[in-house]
Design a protein around this ligand. Structure first.
Ligand code: AMP
Length: 430
């Protein structure tokens, strides 16, 4: 039989990789708690109809879709927002607002595997439902900034746009929503010329084309200057002007008291179709791909049959955050506790070694027991390799006096200590 491999695009997470992923996941969860976002768990398998409804053409075509044994057409979730919106439209329909919900888990997209792009990947997700106010958008930006900062990332910036700018212009030119979606997909792929040609074919005015061209050319890090310039560019389009003003309010709130770099890009579009307001993505200079993205989607919940509920959210991509942290050589976890290994020097010492290891674990000292019966020196070099702090050597002579040998694997010093003193010694700092 041939050797089994993982399916293309799927990955195994060996211990170090799993530890890194879980570390970032743990920090996302800590932040959820810090900001009052409650965790929910939704299924990986959802109805195809739900997931296909508003995700956008790009993601729709890349879903893992199949019929279950009961003949239901289902799909693996490619994002969290549809599931959260389903809940808010149904079981959480009457829950008091604002609703602040957090999820974290694996998502599935049949993307072409490449650097930072996997078919199974992990996201955290923060959704704030029930406020249309700029302070809600600003909070989501603040959470995003806080997460990246807390993970020790440097020089990151948040690219920010607003779908109301482009949609405002296109709507005033009588371009219908479906056609707008099509254009937005092109813009998401940075095919500006193709988008302009399509918009022209759809009958847009020369004024519209000139305005859009200028919008596409405008971007920069001087937040309020860029916004002012954009407002002037789109002045003939009332709702586009309102969108720029909305961005200004959001950014005034978000950048007061929190310093983070922004890249304002009014012509920026994202693949998901349901956005109605601010959209953004986070980047570090070392990676060309986004670490996370989000935006406002005020219509989705009513489209799913719920009460009209304005909403804004962000999805940090855990895999790419791990990649960025590795590029910047960041620390994933600071182990402060001592770890011990208990090694019986011969077979007769096994029972006592078992007893001592249980005693240490009882007081929550991470303790391993040597279980292979190999020589002490082999056991010690393995403990070294695995960065264990202390070895407890259980031998007959010391044991006769109620003692063991405690060896510090970092300083390589050892001494004979009373068994009843062990806990105190191991709890002390390194
Ligand atoms: P989206 O759900 O498309 O808004 O994506 C939000 C974030 O999820 C992105 O910024 C990425 O960090 C991450 N992400 C999306 N697709 C993938 C993928 N195929 N592989 C790894 N991470 C992804």
């Amino acid at each position: 039989m041939s050797m089994f491999k993982t399916v293309r695009g799927m990955r195994d997470f060996l211990p170090k990789d799993a530890e890194n992923l879980r570390y970032v996941e743990q920090v996302t969860r800590e932040l959820a708690d810090l900001y009052g976002y409650e965790e929910i768990l939704t299924p990986i398998v959802e109805s195809h109809e739900l997931l296909a409804a508003k995700s956008g053409e790009e993601i729709r075509q890349r879903m893992y879709v199949f019929k279950d044994l009961g003949g239901r057409k289902v799909a693996l979730r490619p994002e969290f927002t549809a599931s959260v919106a389903r809940l808010v439209a149904t079981k959480l329909r009457n829950a008091p607002k604002p609703l602040k919900l957090f999820s974290v888990g694996s998502l599935y997209r049949y993307d072409e595997p490449q650097y930072g792009r996997f078919r199974e990947f992990w996201q955290a997700n923060y959704e704030l439902m029930g406020s249309e106010k700029p302070e809600a958008d600003a909070e989501i930006l603040t959470v995003t900034n806080h997460l990246l900062k807390k993970l020790g990332l440097r020089n990151y910036y948040i690219k920010i746009g607003h779908v109301g700018i482009l949609r405002g212009i296109l709507s005033q030119e009588d371009i219908v929503e479906q056609q707008q979606n099509h254009v937005m997909q092109m813009l998401d792929k940075k095919s500006w010329d193709e988008a302009l040609t399509t918009i022209k074919q759809l009958g847009a005015s020369q004024q519209c084309l000139t305005t859009l061209k200028k919008v596409f050319e405008t971007r920069g890090k001087a937040t309020f200057g860029i916004l002012k310039k954009t407002e002037k560019t789109v002045q003939k389009y009332e709702s586009a002007v309102a969108a720029v003003q909305n961005l200004r309010q959001i950014l005034t709130l978000a950048t007061t008291g929190n310093k983070f770099e922004t890249l304002i890009e009014p012509g920026f579009a994202r693949g998901l179709e349901y956005y109605t307001g601010i959209i953004f993505e986070a980047y570090v200079p070392e990676l060309e791909i986004a670490l996370g993205g989000g935006g406002r989607y005020d219509k989705l919940i009513e489209q799913f049959g719920g009460e009209p509920t304005p909403a804004v959210g962000v999805a940090p991509g855990i895999d790419r955050i791990v990649l960025a942290m590795k590029k910047q050589k960041n620390q994933f976890r600071i182990r402060t506790e001592n770890r011990a290994v208990v090694i019986p020097v011969n077979a007769e010492m096994k029972i006592k070694a078992f007893e001592i290891s249980s005693m240490l674990r009882e007081v929550m000292i991470p303790t391993e027991l040597e279980v292979t019966g190999r020589t002490v020196s082999k056991a010690l070099s393995d403990a070294d390799r695995r960065e264990i702090t202390y070895a407890v050597l259980v031998g007959p002579e010391e044991l006769a006096e109620g003692k063991v040998v405690l060896r510090n694997l970092i300083t390589r010093k050892q001494k004979t200590v009373e068994i009843k003193e062990l806990v105190k010694k191991l709890k002390a700092t390194k």
